[in-house]
Design a protein around this ligand. Sequence first.
Ligand code: ATP
Ligand code: MG
Length: 392
Amino acid sequence: MKEIVLAKYGEMVLKGLNKQTFENMLVKNVKRRLKSLGNFRLVSTQSTLYITPEDDGTNLEEVVERVGKIFGIATLCRACVCEKDFSDITEKSIEYLKDILSEVKTFKVNAKRADKTFPMKSPEICAELGGILLSRFDNLSVDVKNPEITVTVEIRDTNAYVHGENIKGAGGLPVGSSGNAMLMLSGGIDSPVAGYMMAKRGVRITAVHYVSPPYTSDRARLKVEQLCEKMTDYCGGIAFYCVPFTEIQEAIKDNCPEVYFTVIMRRLMMEIAQRIAENDNCQALITGESVGQVASQTMQAITCTDAVCRMPVFRPLVGMDKTEIIEIARKIDTFDISTLPYEDCCTVFTPRHPKVRPLLADVEKAQNAFDFELLIKKAVENTEMKTFNYQG
Ligand code: ATP
Ligand code: MG
C-alpha cells in the first residue's frame, strides 16, 4: 500500500494576500528538513501540504517525526493512497486501518470531496463506507459527536486518500516569515526555550554567547554549541557568535561599584549583541528573562538594561514560572544539556548584594566611571562565528 504524509497548515491560513509567501517558506523548510530521507514530491493545495515519497522504503515514521517539528503546521498524519474508485477506497480503508478499527468501540467517517466530478457526494461516501465498516468490525458502533477515531476520506484531483486521527504539529508560523532576531544564549534552561518560542512565531534565530576564559571553561562553550545544535530541530540553521567577554568583566570589576556589577554587565552584553545584530540583519534581541526570577530581572533592573537598547527586546518567558519553562525545555530536549554543571560568565564576579531595584541614573553614573567603548569594539572584532545546520 502506498502511503503519503499530509500536513495541514496552522495560523498562516488566516493570512491574506501574502499567504503564498508563507506557504513558499514552509515548503522550503520542509524540503530542507527531509532532504536526507530521500526524494519527495511536495504539493501545496487547500491549506495542506501533500508529501509524497518518490523512493521505495522511505522511513515515513521519521518523516512524521521531522515534519512534526516544523513550525507552520498545525496537524499531520500518514494517509493511504487509493484510486478514485469507491471499492478501492473501501478495500484500502479496511486494510490500512484494521488494527485501530479492531481496537476502538466508536468511530465515524468524514469525507471531503475536492473533486466534484467524483460520482458520490460526501454524505453518501460517509454513509456507505460507515455501513461497510460497521458490518466488517463487530466491535464498532457509530458516534458522530465524540468518536474514538474518525476515518477521513479525501477525494482529490489525482487520487483519493484515507487516514485516521491527526497528530498535533508544532504550530506557529514558518521560520523565516517574521524576520531575524539575535538570541542571547547562555548555557541555562531559559534562553533555549526563549529561542524556541520566538522561532515558533516565525523568527529566524541567530545566537550570541559570551565567554570569559579562564573563568569559564571550554566545556561551558561546547555545552552552548550543543544547545544550538539541538535547537536546529525546531529553529533550522543557526549562526552562532561567541564573544570574548573576559576583559570587559575584569574592567567592570576593577572600575565599578560591586552592587552594580550584574546590571552593568547586562547592559554591555546588550550593547554588543545589538552591534552584532545590526551587522547580521537581525531586527530584535531575545533573552530568556522572566520578571522577578533573579535580581537582574526585576522591573527596575530591566529598565536599566533596556535603556541601552536601540532595537526591541523580546522576552517570551516574561510571565512564565520556572516549572512551565522546564516543561518546554524537556519537550524540546534541551533540558538535559542545560543542566550539565558548567559555569556561565554571569556567575563570574557576582556581587554578594546586588542592587535589586537599581535607578538608571545611578547605574549610568557607575558605568561612566570607565570608558568601555574600546573594549566593546575589541570584543566585537574578536567574536567568532560558526554555523549550525539541521543534522538530519
Ligand atoms: P538562562 O536559564 O537562560 O541562563 P537565567 O535564569 O540563568 O537564564 P540570567 O543568568 O540572569 O538568567 O540571564 C538572563 C538572560 O541573559 C539569559 O536568559 C540569556 O538570554 C542572557 N544571558 C545570560 N548569560 C549569557 C551568556 N553567557 N551569553 C549569552 N547570553 C546570556
Ligand atoms: Mg543563566
